[in-house]
Ligand binder design. Structure first.
Ligand code: F3S
Length: 691
């Protein structure tokens, strides 16, 4: 069992806190900020400030005229102020008032001709600054021994009065030792206790805590002199570790556990392990919290003694500062944290309140669920509708941002004539409602691209392309036209067609409409016509015998007339001509199977191949006399016939059944053929067949 306790005064001191706040404020007011050296001995705070636009310079000459220079809490010498003023640079003086007090003391004492002795580290920026306010007669000393030498020398050589001050973070115990070596109540020695009370309090608290702890952790920058002094104070009383970042504890966990085991073994009263934590004046409260968390993990304990009110107040203030203030109407970025059923999405907007986006504020599409639209981790552009501090929530809307952005796009699209895309949401009285980038666009029925009596519902849920033809900015209403897009595209397609098309070009197009004389085929924005005679090699009465609206047809341009705009198309291919195919494959005297397709008073027509019929004259139907054709054959019968003649000029074929029955009949058939082949009879036969 272990108990974790944090020193009463730990972390940010008043002076550092003030300096850091001044930099944040300057940045928030849009100033370009350059700090004279790192504002604080804490890498994470410095990194945050750099990320927000501040920069660090090491001397005034590096500053730009438009920058505001920040003098950090350590303060600077008189020469730096003179340089800033002579260059006309604006600056913020964040010198800690406790340090400024020392500047005042040493300046006054120097002016009186007194010799100044400074207890501290001569290389520390604060001490350099103090020296910079003294005349030449000043000396820095480390400890009582150096002080004693100085005093002895002084009283040997000069009669000047001495003024002794200390660096604000000077070790209080060392200071007390120093006082002891001074001659008591000497009239020529003036002592100013300038150790900062915050430093003193931290050191006293650290001393007290480390005396009752089994091990101590001191958090703070490696170059932070007050942190180093806290470390010195604590390690006199118990095993102590100085860490700059909480994560360093992970690498120390075994060492810490071993030290804890030793401490517990040495205990005779069975009391629990006591772990103390303190931190330097540059350490933010959240770092101290992280140290507590790491230590409670390493020692598997939740027994953390509550921090002082002072610390808690600092932590809450820091937390508040880290959260952005949020105002109604503000545009914010939110990260999706969770999706609650079908109703709402929780988002983190970097504020202390929980962000909520209800479904109706997520989308205007009521058919969607939150999970259809977003997933955890998504970044959303949102607008604040309402801040509710009482229940710690912020109502946000994505839909309204989409509409705002969408409407800006709509205005731009109208100006530039851009074609937009959207989904038809519904058919309403007089037109369609289309959603484009979250904006409702009304498309009047006359601009829908459909015919006058067409059903607008056929476009619902369809993606459509349209242009904006009217906008009412105040009411955020837009009117669009699908028809105009179609017309523009048709015109462009027509222009391109007439520029490039030539006879023989092949197209594959959809049959758009049919008449009794032909089929109109879409060639890509322009229609051409295939005459009924061009649709098939077979004998057809009307286009609908072979094609329907919506069919896809391969066509070629037979003739073009740019003046009338007429385009004649062909569909039948010469190589598909059934007569040509027939003459290549069939010859006189061939015996073939044929199907009776019609009968007349003088004979029957039989189909040999698709599109090729021959005539079986009544006299050739049998070797006996036939008075009625239907007594021998009927439509649909399949008969075996002999090809007795092929008239390539007139494209006529004579067939005979009788020729196959016997020789005698064959001879008789030959006699009769002369009758069949007379033009008169053939034409009469064809007329009859067509009739
Ligand atoms: Fe000032 Fe004391 Fe902090 S001198 S900067 S308040 S440690």
């Amino acid at each position: 069992m272990a108990v974790i306790e944090t020193a009463k005064s730990a972390g940010f001191c008043f002076g550092v806190d003030r300096a850091v706040k001044l930099v944040y404020e300057a940045l928030e007011h849009g100033k370009r900020v350059a700090t004279l050296g790192p504002i604080i001995h804490n890498d994470s705070v410095v990194a945050d400030l750099l990320q927000r636009g501040a920069r660090i310079i090491s001397n005034v000459s590096e500053a730009s005229p438009d920058e505001t220079i920040v003098i950090r809490s350590h303060g600077v010498g008189k020469a730096v102020y003179e340089q800033l003023n002579s260059l006309g640079l604006s600056y913020i003086d964040a010198t800690c008032p406790f340090v400024a007090r020392i500047h005042k003391i040493v300046a006054e004492q120097s002016a009186l001709g007194h010799e100044i002795l400074i207890a501290g580290d001569a290389t520390h920026p604060e001490v350099e600054g103090i020296v910079g306010h003294c005349s030449e007669n000043c000396t820095v000393f480390h400890d009582k021994d150096e002080l004693k030498c100085l005093i002895d020398r002084k009283f040997e050589k000069s009669k000047k009065m001495l003024a002794i001050v200390a660096q604000t973070t000077y070790n209080k115990l060392l200071w007390e030792d120093c006082i002891k070596v001074l001659p008591p109540e000497h009239p020529d020695i003036l002592v100013f206790d300038t150790i900062c009370s915050a430093t003193g309090a931290r050191q006293s608290d650290a001393d007290a805590l480390s005396r009752q702890s089994d091990l101590m952790i001191v958090a703070g920058g490696r170059h932070s002199s007050n942190t180093v002094k806290l470390y010195d104070v604590c390690r006199r009383n118990c095993p102590t570790w100085h860490i700059a970042e909480p994560e360093e504890l992970l690498g120390l966990s075994d060492t810490l556990r071993a030290a804890a085991a030793d401490a517990l073994a040495a205990k005779t009263d069975g009391s629990p392990l006591r772990i103390g934590i303190t931190a330097g004046a540059s350490t933010p409260a959240h770092i101290i919290k992280e140290v507590q968390t790491h230590m409670s993990g390493i020692f598997d304990t939740d027994n953390i003694i509550p921090e002082s009110d002072e610390f808690r107040a600092a932590f809450e203030e820091e937390l508040d500062k880290s959260f952005r203030k949020i105002r109604t109407g503000e545009r914010v970025i939110g990260i999706v944290e969770s999706i609650s059923g079908n109703n709402e999405v929780m988002v983190d907007v970097g504020a202390k309140q929980t962000g909520i986006v209800t479904l109706s504020e997520l989308t205007s599409d009521s058919s969607k669920k939150p999970s259809d639209l977003v997933k955890v981790g998504d970044e959303l552009n949102l607008i604040v509708i309402k801040v509710n501090d009482a229940d710690g929530t912020v109502q946000l809307s994505k839909r309204r941002v989409d509409e705002l952005v969408g409407f800006e796009n709509i205005l731009k699209a109208k100006e530039e004539g851009t074609v937009l895309e959207g989904t038809v949401q519904s058919a309403v009285k007089g037109g369609l409602v289309v959603n484009s980038d979250g904006v409702r666009v009304f498309i009047p029925a006359s601009q829908s691209g459909l015919g006058r009596d067409a059903d607008l519902n056929t476009l619902v849920k369809q993606d459509v392309r349209f242009v904006i033809i009217d906008v009412n900015e105040q009411r955020r209403r837009a009117v669009g036209s699908i028809r105009q897009v179609q017309k523009t595209e048709r015109d462009a397609a027509k222009a391109k067609f007439w520029e490039t098309a030539k006879e023989g070009d092949v197209f594959t197009g959809e049959v758009k409409s049919l008449t009794s004389y032909g089929a109109f085929v879409d060639l890509g924005g322009i229609d051409g016509m295939v005459h009924v005679s061009e649709l098939s090699w077979a004998r057809i009465h009307q286009p609908s015998d072979v094609v329907s609206v919506g069919d896809t047809l391969e066509v070629y341009i037979k003739a073009l007339n740019p003046e009338t705009g007429r385009i004649s198309l062909g569909h039948r291919r010469a190589e598909d001509n059934p007569w040509v195919k027939f003459t290549e494959n069939f010859h006189v005297d061939d015996v073939v199977e044929a199907t009776i397709v019609s009968t007349t008073s003088f004979g029957a027509f039989a189909r040999i191949t698709d599109g090729v019929d021959g005539l079986i004259h009544i006299s050739q139907l049998s070797d006996k006399r036939v008075t009625n054709v239907k007594d021998v054959v009927n439509v649909g019968d399949v008969v075996t016939v002999k090809i007795t003649e092929i008239d390539t000029e007139k494209k006529r074929i004579s067939l005979s059944i009788r020729a196959l029955l016997d020789t005698e009949s064959e001879e008789a058939a030959e006699e009769s053929d002369e009758v069949v082949y007379s033009d008169e009879n053939a034409e009469a036969a064809e007329e009859t067949a067509e009739a």
